[in-house]
Design a protein around this ligand. Structure first.
Ligand code: ADP
Ligand code: GLC
Length: 491
């Protein structure tokens, strides 16, 4: 079975969030689990900076002799395909068209404004992938698997312009909040006709929605956790599309994300201060914790809990709640490390808090994967108070590194963090702390529970950390679920 993944980000080459991690790791997992019958490839833009990253990682980038020509907005866009090859991974085909991709910022400029031609940049990604895949892979893909709105037109084009390929399509919603909404006049520029502009297809309140196109035209829809598959069919989490998604309910599957447990392994991670496994967790983490506190200039007592945040700064993530509890950290014998970037208002607020409450909170604004690894290994607990969370990966990385998650019970956080109450937690029967309402009071309550156990019941704390560390968050099970789904669609 041949599977072409199409996405706007793929780790470690281009990334703003968890979409990249998933696209960077699921194809290899599909090949591993599916054996020689499965061939995967990823199609993604050749952004500025990828060549340097590949060189630094020892991956190769070679030009192929494949070019694709697509008519867009009245001109002929000709892109070339490059093959990025990293050992043990299926190839990533980089679509090179400097006019679209050779610029700073994947989606927006440094001022935060979206690139004005995003409708063309990502329509081209979809068309180029469909054009190139049959020529560059071993044959026509059985399945084109598009991720998020940037690949939402893949199922649309497949059905309307490439029916002769007879390929099936899967569309994964990683985040329904981003819908790729553009002026309807874009339709003519991207080579679609007005027949697709209806309420049950791409029309969204008289605008054009790429994500809605993916939902309407894909043969199967998936989301990245079972809870989120349910939630997006409700008004509270449906971002205006709940009724539409509900109308497709039979085709919606919730398949939980995994993580690359080899790339994220405290026993081998070269970025962290000390390597450790389940047996050596207490000593290893203590060393990482000390080094991290030094790195962030925090003075930390043995019985003070070190909390951390690694996150995009957006409304989704509930970081305003974290900001609200910063003044209370001292009273809870807790200290906090924050790494993140995004919303400029939140960046300013955290800079300010880091300045005023510098003894208790240390803040780094930026995106730094190496530093995130040192944080996952060095903190005692990670805060993920998201208002909604399709899956969430930071709590999974944290658990892998023996760090206890404190999460709002929503979406994938609900599905991956088990909280049976303090006593059972201390017996190693759960993996973290959940709170039901996304308020500062809810978060403070959960932090307080964690801080008390950390201080008063160290053996209980270790049991919670080990319990999370022992969970299987690898891709194996989910890769099997995807393969089963692909099989049902094969034509
Ligand atoms: P989302 O995709 O909504 O941002 P996830 O939890 O699924 O949330 O994935 C976030 C990913 O991005 C994780 O791998 C996390 O470690 C990483 N990440 C987020 N912010 C930063 C940052 N500032 N520096 C490094 N990595 C980050
Ligand atoms: C999205 C979601 C996040 C999910 C990630 C990968 O960005 O916000 O919850 O883990 O995609 O699927």
């Amino acid at each position: 079975m041949r599977i072409a993944h199409i996405a706007s980000e793929v780790a470690p080459w281009s990334q703003t969030g968890g979409l990249a991690d998933v696209v960077g790791s699921v194809p290899a997992a599909l090949e591993r689990v599916g054996g020689s019958d499965v061939e995967c490839a990823v199609f993604s833009p050749f952004y500025r900076g990828i060549r340097q990253k590949a060189q630094a990682c020892g991956a190769t980038i070679e030009s192929t002799d494949i070019t694709v020509a697509v008519d867009l907005a009245g001109w002929r866009v000709v892109g070339r395909l490059y093959r990025l090859q990293q050992s043990d991974h299926p190839p990533v085909y980089l679509i090179d068209y400097p006019g679209f991709y050779e610029r700073d910022g994947i989606y927006c400029s440094s001022t935060g404004a979206d690139h004005a031609d995003n409708h063309l940049r990502f329509a081209f990604l979809c068309r180029a992938a469909i054009e190139a895949a049959p020529r560059i892979m071993g044959g026509v893909p059985d399945v084109f698997h598009g991720h998020d709105w940037q690949a939402g037109l893949v199922p649309v084009y497949l059905r309307t312009r490439y029916p002769q390929l007879r390929s099936a399509s899967v569309f994964t919603i990683h985040n329904l909040a981003y819908q790729g909404v553009f002026h309807k006049n874009a339709l003519e520029q991207i080579g679609l006709d007005w027949s697709v502009f209806t309420l049950d297809r791409l029309e969204y309140h008289d605008w054009l929605s790429y994500l809605k196109g993916g939902v309407a035209y894909a043969d199967a829809l998936t989301t990245v956790s079972p809870s989120y598959a349910y939630e997006i069919q409700t008004p509270a989490f449906g971002h205006g599309l709940d009724i539409f998604v509900r109308s497709q309910a039979r085709r919606v599957h919730g398949i939980l994300n995994g993580i690359d447990t080899e790339a994220w392994d405290p026993a081998t991670d070269s970025e962290i201060a000390a390597n450790y496994d389940d047996d050596t967790l207490p000593e290893g983490k203590a060393a990482c914790r000390r080094a991290l506190a030094d790195e962030f200039h925090l003075k930390l007592d043995e019985d003070e809990i070190l909390l951390g945040v690694v996150s995009r700064f957006t409304g989704q993530k509930g970081l305003d709640l974290v900001a609200d509890v910063v003044p209370d950290l001292h009273a809870m014998a807790a200290k906090l490390i924050v790494l993140g970037s995004g919303d400029l208002g939140l960046e300013d607020r955290f800079r300010y808090l880091g300045h005023v409450f510098g003894g208790n909170a240390s803040v780094r604004i930026g995106f730094d994967v190496a530093q995130s690894r040192r944080i996952y290994s060095g903190i005692d607990a990670i805060l993920v108070p998201s208002r909604f969370e399709p899956c969430g990966l930071s709590q999974l990385y944290a658990m892998r590194y023996g760090t206890v998650p404190i999460v709002h019970a929503v979406g994938g956080l609900r599905d991956t963090v088990h909280d049976p109450g303090d006593s059972a937690l201390c017996r190693g029967e759960g993996t973290g702390f959940r709170f039901e309402h996304p308020t500062a009071i809810g978060l403070r309550w959960a932090i307080d529970r964690a801080a008390r156990i950390f201080r008063d019941r160290p053996a209980g704390w270790l049991a919670i950390a080990r319990s999370g560390m022992g969970r299987d968050f690898s891709w194996d099970q989910s890769a099997r679920a995807y393969l089963q789904l692909y099989q049902t669609l094969r034509r």
